[in-house]
Design a binder for this molecule. Structure first.
Ligand code: KG4
Ligand code: ZN
Length: 345
């Protein structure tokens, strides 16, 4: 079965082809991505209307590229999958509209996919995929969750952020240090030259005894510190970046280890944009190795938004029998959509 996947929930247009045979893990045949980061950079953040218009411009040429690269024709596509939510309503509508139009024109069914399930299952695109069950640390720009994953569609949320997401903490802290959008990767790069012990920043909810997160207070502490530094901020920016990253990483690390303790599981999957953070990866690798826990990540270039994870999630849902593609082409999108609403029966 050949699945075309379209991602358009935020500021990247992604298209991919994934193929599945029987029960074997589906395989990525080709994927193409256009990032809108440069376009939004001028505004310091995503401008939703510009995002939608750019998705319209990019999605069909990307689909052509992917088909060409995979050496396949439109007629060979069996299912067209798209991101149904969560995300920006207008941006989601572009992917949904194009997917349904393609499906209708080809006479093939369509399937709306949950963006976070795409991230969650993205490590299955790697050469060494995980097996179920596992603990998942989902750390994207808008979400921070720890989950117990027993299979496709079998997700139990163990803890989540009560305010800002980890990605947001990276992005907002970076912004107030004057770094470009999106701040996460910039802050991480700057942090490499800084001293992580230079500033004492809070580790919110570190000892709360549960698996929830809170990052809003950390952002405020970074702001206070930046103000205190005043003219010296420029000279101490790398130290502040390193201290901020250390605070975020320590909380993510400790809570992930607690989630492994609580569940008794010995596999950890890390997914979402913040999963690209090298410091987080290094610390998780060390802590997991010490406990004999296997840790799986998506390939670095598939940590942030892409079409491959959407095609993969669709293929895995269909394969597991927890979803059916349909040919009604009556699409809607879900800008807000909790992942546990997906629960398989
Ligand atoms: O998963 P994603 O691409 O989009 C959402 O679904 O939200 O995640 C984007 C987030 C942004 O907050 C970005 O700053 C962060 O991931 N990010 C990073 C790194 N690369 C991306 N944060 C820290 N270090 C990185 N290397
Ligand atoms: Zn995402």
């Amino acid at each position: 079965m050949l699945v075309l996947g379209i991602e358009s929930s935020c500021d990247e247009t992604g298209v991919a082809l994934v193929e599945s045979h029987g029960r074997a893990t589906p395989v990525l045949r080709a994927h193409a991505l256009h990032s809108q980061i440069v376009m939004h950079q001028a505004y310091g953040g995503v401008v939703p209307e510009l995002a939608s218009r750019d998705h319209i411009r990019r999605v069909l040429p990307l689909a052509q590229t992917v088909l060409h690269e995979a050496g396949r024709s439109l007629a060979e596509i069996d299912v067209v999958a798209y991101t149904r939510g969560p995300g920006l309503a207008g941006a989601l509508l572009v992917g949904a509209g194009v997917a349904c139009a393609l499906g209708a024109a080809l006479g093939k069914p369509v399937l709306g996919v949950h963006h976070l399930e795409g991230h969650l299952l993205s490590p299955f695109l790697s050469a060494d995929p995980p097996s179920f069950p596992f603990v998942a640390l989902l750390v994207s720009g808008g979400h921070t969750q720890l989950m117990r994953v027993d299979g496709v569609g079998r997700y139990e949320i163990l803890g989540e952020t009560i305010d800002d997401a980890a990605g947001e903490a990276f992005d907002k802290s970076a912004k107030l240090m004057g770094l470009p959008y999106p701040g996460g990767p910039w802050l991480a790069k700057l942090a490499q030259q800084g001293d992580a012990a230079a500033f004492k920043l809070p580790r919110p909810l570190l000892h709360s005894g549960d698996l929830d997160f809170s990052f809003a207070g950390l952002k405020t502490a970074v702001l206070t510190q930046a103000r205190k530094l005043g003219d010296q901020l420029e000279a101490r920016k790398a130290d502040l970046a390193a201290s901020t990253q250390a605070a975020i990483v320590e909380v993510l690390l400790k809570k992930s280890m607690s989630a492994l303790d609580v569940t008794g599981l010995n596999r950890l999957v890390v997914a979402g944009g913040v999963g690209a953070n090298r410091d987080l990866r290094a610390q998780l690798d060390t802590a997991c190795a010490r406990r004999g826990v296997r840790v799986h990540y998506p390939e670095l270039h598939l940590c942030t938004d892409n079409g491959a994870m959407i095609a993969m999630a669709a293929a895995m849902r269909l394969q597991a029998g927890v979803a059916q593609a349909d040919a009604r082409y009556a699409f809607d999108v879900k800008p807000r959509w909790p992942l546990d609403a997906l629960q398989a029966a």
